[in-house]
Design a binder for this molecule. Sequence first.
Ligand SMILES: CC(C)(COP(=O)(O)OP(=O)(O)OC[C@H]1O[C@@H](n2cnc3c(N)ncnc32)[C@H](O)[C@@H]1OP(=O)(O)O)[C@@H](O)C(=O)NCCC(=O)NCCS
Length: 137
Amino acid sequence: MDIRMNTLTPELFLELYGSVGWEPPCPEQVRTALRHSLATFTCYDGDRPVGMVRLLGDGGMSFYIKDFAVRPAYQGKGVGTGLLMALERYVRDCKPRDWAVSLELISSREAVSFYRRFGFEERPCDWDGPGMLKMVR
Ligand SMILES: CC(C)(COP(=O)(O)OP(=O)(O)OC[C@H]1O[C@@H](n2cnc3c(N)ncnc32)[C@H](O)[C@@H]1OP(=O)(O)O)[C@@H](O)C(=O)NCCC(=O)NCCS
């Protein structure tokens, strides 16, 4: 398996997105989103793309993980771990050593324990409320 940066195309995005059962946005929306992503990471088994994750952010204080999906047949084999490690390495390399930046996400119900093992903490907690989200239509 190897992980490549910024090779994700709208077509591939839609294929991997659909593979985990998510309702896809339209291709033009995906094209725009990819163009404005900080980086994308795609995992390949030979030439076959098997997982992806997208990183958004301002490069200085806040980074955000989106659209993390591994094809069902490849789940539980370390693909997600590899993708998350590549993404985190990229964030570390982006910043001076003495900067602390936040890496945020909204987890699917199933992936909470996956993220926990990489040090992500759930909200709400003693000093923070829950994350919040609003769809704008
Ligand atoms: C969540 C996801 C990205 C993780 O990728 P993955 O390739 O399956 O993860 P890995 O194989 O690297 O798993 C690492 C560890 O986490 C565990 N793990 C993975 N997914 C898990 C889950 N849903 N629940 C509990 N543990 C999980 C694995 O068992 C593994 O443990 P091990 O090292 O003891 O064997 C992937 O399962 C997926 O695409 N799920 C469906 C879509 C989704 O929910 N995405 C997250 C959106 S926020």
